[in-house]
Design a protein around this ligand. Structure first.
Ligand code: SF4
Length: 163
């Protein structure tokens, strides 16, 4: 109902925070279709805040992956999904069910998100990162440009060619 009222006002910018959480898949699809029509058909802008990477990959032109309140990877959707550079992004994508992958269990990101009032030094993802080295625990990583439009905040990003 709230979503319908907001969309009926024909806004220039829509900020949707987990708009499809707790909705069944048919309603979810309707809401997303409506938003897509507004964006593509009427030239409106949409900022979608969500944990659902499947929705993101369908809807977004650009993705900002956030961890502990900071953007850790940013780029065009296909770059961030297909050639993720940040270990957290890789972990998120690895945890999505994929029928074509020959795996019995989904990948997980070990550990838990740190207390926002007691954040670790250096990279905030270091306690959970399988690539962490000494420097990660003491020095916050700077933003690296993987390409003109694709940035990552990591000392040791994954580097792969765009296929
Ligand atoms: S900076 Fe280090 S700990 Fe942080 S994501 Fe990159 S490799 Fe992992």
């Amino acid at each position: 109902m709230v979503i319908a009222i907001a969309l009926a006002a024909d806004p220039k910018l829509i900020i949707a925070d987990e708009p499809t959480t707790a909705l069944d898949v048919t309603i979810q699809a309707q809401i997303l279709r409506l938003m897509a029509e507004l964006v593509r058909g009427k030239g409106r802008s949409l900022i979608l805040v969500t944990h659902d990477l499947a929705v993101v990959s369908e809807m977004a032109d650009r993705i900002n992956v956030m961890y502990c309140g900071k953007v850790v990877e940013s780029g065009p959707t296909r770059d961030v999904i297909d050639v993720s550079a940040h270990p957290y992004t890789k972990g998120l994508i690895g945890s999505i069910p994929d029928l074509e992958r020959d795996k019995n269990r989904l990948e997980t990101i070990k550990g838990i998100v740190p207390n926002m009032f007691d954040l670790p030094k250096g990279c905030k993802f270091a306690p959970r990162c399988t690539r962490a080295k000494e420097i990660c625990h003491v020095q916050e990583p700077e933003v690296i440009h993987m390409s003109q439009n694709h940035q990552v905040a990591c000392h040791f990003p994954f580097r792969e060619e765009v296929l």
